[in-house]
Design a protein around this ligand. Sequence first.
Ligand SMILES: [Zn+2]
Length: 433
Amino acid sequence: MTLTAKLKLCHNREQKTQLDQVTLAYRDALNYTSQKAFEMEKTSNAAKIQQEVYKTLRERFGLGAQMACSVPRYVGAAYKTLWTKVKQSKVARELNPKARRYKGLDNPPRFVSRTLSYQYQRDYSFKKGQQVSIMTLKGRLVLPYEGYAKHLEFIANGAEMGTAKLWYSKARKQYFLLVPLTIELSDPEPSSHKQVVGVDVGMRYLATASNTSGKTLFKSGKATLRKAERFLKARKSLQQKGTRSATRRLVMLSGRERRFIADTNSSLAVQILKTFPQAFIGVEELTHVRDRTERRSRPHSSEQQRKANRRRARWSYAELQGFLAYKAALRGSMVVKVDAHYTSQTCPRCGHCSRGNRPEKGLMFACESCGYQLHADLVGARNVGLRALLVRQDWASTGCLSCIPDVSDVETKVERLKRYSELRWSPDTSQRL
Ligand SMILES: [Zn+2]
């Protein structure tokens, strides 16, 4: 498994100047090299380009030997990608003469962002006391860094490192080192998990999680979604303005919005994993979430209901699940997807499934058949948990883990739903709540 550790470099003003110099020189070198490659019949051959530019990169741009080699490689790779697109465009135009011609190689590609590649052990290496040594134009710079505890742990334990990127955040006036780490994870087995958990996502609660012995976690979505709504409003008004400064602010705002959602999802995933350690976690297959909400919004539904539906579709639940799956693997837990069908309408006690189990679509679930009452979001989480339990049992008995196939095969789906209808929440467990 490969992940990217984002390390914040703790630099003072002089050190930042040094980083500015090297990143800007590298960018200029990229653009110079791009121009040269363009003149050499737009070649993507890195070795050829290097022969042409190496001396200039060393002398005029002041790059070290490693960097003077990595610039032509980077440019060569960029040209290669562009050539692929040119060829694809050519094929497309043979089929459809009206298709637009790809123009990416009409001019030498320009590099605008301050990004710089570092080879491990050549341009960068880790030092004792949580410090990293990186190459600049004036030799090596040793800087302390900060990052996620889990990532720091992997680095300290000597994870395999790849080619790192020095990246500049304009908004924060701050440099980061992005280091790819390759980690060996042992294959999970059914016995490696101590509990089974279901996670339901929604609007009232961004996430509701429950394990099969009744422990629950509610993460309210109120404040978060209100903030998301504010972002949306601000974005809309800037879009309507359409001036240049409005566009610039829009880009900044979009970045802030994206980071806000990512941060919320990331910390929520950690919270779930910390509450339920070493867990086998079921999440809903989300492809149906949209259908489900759309079907519910009938022409007569209130403005409020429609707004809520839009909100639900917009929050990045898929991102939350992605974080959960990825962080789970690092913490000895595991995430599987289960069908989302009827998880909110099925009674976890008697199995009765009906829309009528959700009177007024309110907060309470009330079973028409057995009278079982429970918080509606908790019903969802429990049903997802029960389905995950079924997956785990199949895994333990057959030795193979069957996830939901992407192609919806009607017959197997019907079969699965039939098995789900036989799942029951143990009444003993429920009483303890
Ligand atoms: Zn019931």
